[in-house]
Design a protein around this ligand. Structure first.
Ligand SMILES: NC(=O)c1ccc[n+]([C@@H]2O[C@H](COP(=O)([O-])OP(=O)(O)OC[C@H]3O[C@@H](n4cnc5c(N)ncnc54)[C@H](OP(=O)(O)O)[C@@H]3O)[C@@H](O)[C@H]2O)c1
Length: 385
């Protein structure tokens, strides 16, 4: 019997890769529910292709009556219902941003086999999610290629034998040449190895994406920050490593294609039966470099905010979302991103919200405060230029 899959964020980059895995292995997986947000036409095409019994959009679409066998859910509540659909064997969360938090919680409570790429939810509310996972004896299988690689390895090696885990980073477009005042949005969006959405591609260029991944790894694998290292690996072939106490390094290598980690996660604890037979290592050189931290201050800031814990990682995420959005709209320069985020975290640290204990209730006020600070900073910046 194929496994029944619910896919949240079916219209995005992770969603498309997940759909490809489902298309490739129709005997193994059947799509029984999907969600989208703004791309309603794309969802209609997916309903035509997959005939899923349940679909969720922000609002029930005008064309819903054309599909009498499909139930249309809507809004946040609909997304939570979809994530806990009684029939689902597997829930895949490919939603971007904090919108992924509520469905993550609902899927855990419903004891679903949960696969998630939604790092924002884990970064913002890691301790709360871990508490829920423990209460429900559940786990999250990560889809992010680095975390998926480490998940594959860590299952094999008991924690006392692990000296550290190493996340690799391509270094993005600005590892070998520094950005300048003339750097364009297009240059920032031209990633050397991965094809991803624009927000995550900008984060990759500042290396804050790697910073979020460090925080995500801290919560997913429950390891202290001292045991989580980042190495630059421009080829993006090795995604993650575990260094054992005897200094042996065990690595996972695969093409830079999200369908690989997604298939690994979907088949877990088994393995995908096939992949890209053209992928071989001979002729490939694999380089590993220490991170030039002075070039990527937001990676260091992510370690700092991760160590501070509480609501700081959430604030870092919210500030970054607003400031990167302003960059993508051409309102600020690439070099302004770092400066504004560093100032934003300093301002957040002086607020009452930053001192609230982390709880489901404190997430919204802290997020609002951080977004407010981002708007203030962007306003002040527009006066400066
Ligand atoms: N792309 C990658 O290679 C990659 C790798 C590792 C981890 N991740 C993580 O995976 C997640 C998704 O990334 P992505 O690159 O696939 O992003 P994306 O291409 O922007 O797709 C985001 C998905 O979320 C939906 N969405 C957006 N806002 C929403 C909201 N408020 N409520 C419900 N759904 C919403 C979008 O719907 P519409 O498109 O219909 O608006 C889309 O389906 C992120 O957390 C990212 O950090 C991505």
């Amino acid at each position: 019997m194929p496994k029944k899959v619910v896919l949240l964020g079916a219209t995005g980059s992770i969603g498309s890769s997940t759909l490809d895995v489902i298309r490739r292995f129709p005997e193994e997986f059947v799509l029984i529910g999907l969600s989208g947000h703004s791309q309603t036409e794309k969802i209609k095409n997916l309903v035509d292709e997959f005939s899923p019994p349940v679909v969720c959009l922000p609002e029930v679409p005008s064309w819903a009556h054309e599909y009498p066998r499909t139930t249309f859910l809507s809004g946040e509540r609909g997304l939570s219902q979809l994530a806990s659909l009684p029939d689902a064997d597997m829930v895949v969360i490919g939603v971007a941003g904090l919108a992924g938090l509520l469905p993550t919680i609902e899927a855990i409570k419903a004891k679903k086999h949960l696969l998630s790429a939604n790092k924002e939810a884990i970064v913002a509310a890691g301790p709360l999610i871990n508490h829920l996972l423990d209460e429900n004896t559940q786990q999250i299988i990560p889809l992010d290629s680095e975390h998926n690689a480490i998940f594959t390895l860590i299952c094999r090696f008991p924690t006392p034998h692990i000296k550290k885990i190493i996340l690799t980073a391509s270094g993005g477009p600005f590892f070998r040449r520094a950005p300048t005042a003339q750097t364009t949005v297009q240059e920032v969006l031209t990633h050397p190895t991965w094809s991803m959405g624009s927000y995550i591609t900008v984060n990759s260029a500042t290396m804050l994406n790697k910073g979020f991944e460090v925080i995500e790894a801290h919560y997913l694998f429950r390891l202290p920050f001292e045991q989580i290292e980042v190495l630059i690996h421009p080829q993006s072939i090795v995604h993650g490593m575990v260094e054992l106490t005897d200094n042996t390094h065990i690595m996972v290598a695969s093409p830079s294609d999200m369908r690989y980690p997604i298939a690994m996660a979907m088949f877990y604890p088994s393995l995908p039966p096939s992949g890209d037979s053209s992928f071989t290592l001979p002729g490939k050189s694999l380089e590993f470099h220490p991170v030039p931290h002075e070039r990527f201050p937001l990676l260091s800031l992510a370690y700092e905010t991760g160590r501070l814990g509480g609501l700081f990682p959430l604030a870092l995420n919210a500030l970054n979302e607003e400031i990167v959005s302003a960059f993508l709209k051409g309102k600020i320069h690439f070099l302004d991103i770092e400066r504004l985020i560093i100032t934003g975290i300093e301002r957040f640290a002086s607020t009452e919200e930053s001192r609230l204990p982390l709880s489901f209730e404190s997430l919204a006020p802290a997020e609002a405060k951080a977004r407010g600070i981002a708007f203030e900073l962007l306003g002040e910046h527009s006066h400066d230029v």
